[in-house]
Design a protein around this ligand. Structure first.
Ligand code: NDP
Length: 296
């Protein structure tokens, strides 16, 4: 992993939730002079013990370094910090990397705001949990001016892992982020539902988990196949047509509801599959649903 060549480089981290603290810790570990600020005081104890400098206000924090990394819950929160007049003034001529999560539209709006105030701006998204930060496993996505990204690469490398610049459109990192989180949360919802359904049938989590791993292992090649289906607009269903898939979904709905377990998520998915069938796509594969749900 490359390290910043200039060990006296300074960075400010705004937001000390679990992720902000992990980012600040990685910067400290890499030897950067790290200033930290959080809306609620008292979150910086471990970091200051390791050499971070706490700033009393966000404007003093951003004035302490040429680069500010923001990592708060969403862009309402980053706006609440960055768009205070004193902070905006202090940021003029400096650089902000916003690693908070939100929508592509909010990322673009923040990039516009930064441009209007003479602030250099790179947007970003973090795709891995806090323990990965500073290790090879961390995954960061960035979008915005490529030149700025290249300039910041040595400092960003302190966060470990892989960094990918996705394009000049500031919203592009957030576009990947929301699509990838869509996979994550629907998968998590599916698994928590499966555990509840199994428990109601007297199957423990420990008994189900090894077989759940088997289901997870089926997914990677399907991700590649479905991506090709989506890109080409063809949805082959020879091996598992939507009619068959919808039938298994119905079983899940019935079994869940017989136990009084909310099956509304599966009902929606089943409904989407049945809509595909009603529109004449019953012999297509389940990937067809991704096209059907986008129709107006
Ligand atoms: P949270 O998403 O809970 O964010 C907490 C931080 O947001 C705290 O610093 C909190 O300050 C701040 N905050 C919330 N509202 C405001 C506000 N109105 N004004 C100022 N600050 C505010 O925790 P994380 O640190 O885990 O996440 C930060 C970002 O990183 C999020 O966008 C998250 O989606 C993303 N992320 C997190 C991952 C994780 O594993 N934790 C993984 C990948 C991405 P205060 O302490 O004062 O409440």
């Amino acid at each position: 992993m490359p390290h910043p060549t200039d060990q006296s480089a300074a960075v400010t981290v705004l937001g000390l939730g679990p992720m902000g603290r992990a980012l600040a810790a990685a910067f400290l570990e890499a030897g950067l002079h790290t200033t930290v600020w959080n809306r609620t005081p008292g979150r910086d104890g471990e970091l200051t013990a390791r050499g971070a400098v706490p700033a009393p206000t966000p404007e003093e924090a951003v004035a302490a370094a040429p680069l500010t990394v923001v990592c708060v819950v969403n862009y309402d929160a980053s706006d609440a910090v960055l768009r205070q007049a004193a902070v905006t003034t202090a940021l003029k001529g400096r650089t902000v990397v916003n690693l908070s999560a939100d929508t592509p539209e909010r990322a673009r709006d923040t990039a516009d705001w930064a441009g209007r105030h003479g602030i250099r701006y790179l947007d970003g998204a973090i795709m891995t949990p806090t323990p990965a930060i500073g290790t090879d496993d961390a995954v960061f996505l960035h979008s915005g001016p490529r030149e700025l990204y290249e300039e910041l690469r040595p400092v960003l490398a302190a966060l470990g892992g892989t960094h990918t610049h996705l394009g000049e459109d500031a919203g592009r990192a957030a576009a990947y982020d929301i699509a990838l989180l869509d996979i994550f949360w629907t998968a998590m919802a599916g698994y928590t539902h499966a555990l509840a359904l199994a428990r109601a049938e007297g199957v423990s989590g420990a008994e189900l988990a090894p077989f759940a791993q088997g289901i997870a292992a089926i997914l990677p090649p399907l991700f590649t196949e479905f991506a090709a289906d989506s890109d080409t607009g063809t949805y082959p269903g020879e091996l598992n047509p939507i009619t068959s898939a919808a039938s298994t979904m119905t079983h899940i709905v019935h079994a869940s509801e017989a136990h009084g377990i909310d099956a509304s998520v599966m009902r929606v998915i089943e409904g989407q599959a049945r809509r595909g069938i009603a529109l004449g796509h019953g012999t297509d594969g389940f990937s067809r649903v991704g096209e059907v749900i986008g129709r107006r």
